[in-house]
Design a protein around this ligand. Structure first.
Ligand SMILES: C[S@@+](CC[C@H](N)C(=O)[O-])C[C@H]1O[C@@H](n2cnc3c(N)ncnc32)[C@H](O)[C@@H]1O
Length: 175
């Protein structure tokens, strides 16, 4: 960069104003709106690190980092293809999302942020799906197969006690 006024070629990055990180929600840390944000606002353009599928399986899956990865298409290098000798190479892997991308929690019922992968440029763009009010949590959808108990999920009455009186009765009987 040579000074002010010089035109720089590159991929535009973005982080919207009015986002705060709350540390102690029932879901851990989470991203919230500190002011009203209109629909279709780009909240964040997050670069990603695409993991080697073998390293992901052998190492990352056993670490906390695994909970901060998204599915990502895998494009083997020409060298890998040549070495594969007809063996089928993986077509998907995981990617670690940098920046705020890794801080968005999941919501099925109240998803208000969408995300879009840019495979060529190794980026994810997060955009509001509707008008957001100050104080709302900004949530994406992680899909169907969650690796944790969703705090927003309704308790299953057939698997558990009907009400808290029943719970107290059980505790009483054990004592
Ligand atoms: C990508 S991280 C999101 C940031 C995370 N809350 C933190 O404090 O680092 C994903 C993790 O957040 C938590 N999480 C996200 N959405 C959740 C939800 N709906 N219910 C419970 N936990 C959730 C889970 O522990 C999950 O593995």
């Amino acid at each position: 960069m040579e000074g002010p006024g010089k035109k720089i070629e590159g991929i535009p990055l973005k982080r919207a104003e009015g986002l705060v990180l709350i540390m102690d929600t029932p879901k851990g840390r989470g991203v919230f709106a500190s002011k009203d944000i209109p629909a279709r606002t780009v909240l964040e353009v997050a670069p990603v690190i695409v993991l080697d599928p073998v390293e992901n399986d052998q190492y990352i899956k056993k670490t906390v980092l695994y909970h901060y990865t998204y599915n990502w298409p895998y494009k083997p290098s020409e060298e890998e293809k040549a070495q594969a000798n007809g063996t089928k190479l993986p077509t998907t892997t995981q990617a670690v999302i940098l920046g705020l991308g890794s801080m968005f929690n999941h919501s099925t019922m109240n998803q208000n942020v969408g995300w879009d992968r840019d495979i060529d440029n190794l980026l994810i763009t997060y955009t509001t799906l509707r008008d957001i009010k100050a104080g709302e949590e900004l949530c994406i959808s992680y899909g169907q197969r969650l690796t944790f108990k969703d705090t927003e999920e309704e308790p299953q009455s057939e698997n558990g006690p009907e009400d808290w009186t029943e719970v107290l009765n059980i505790i009483d009987l054990i004592d």
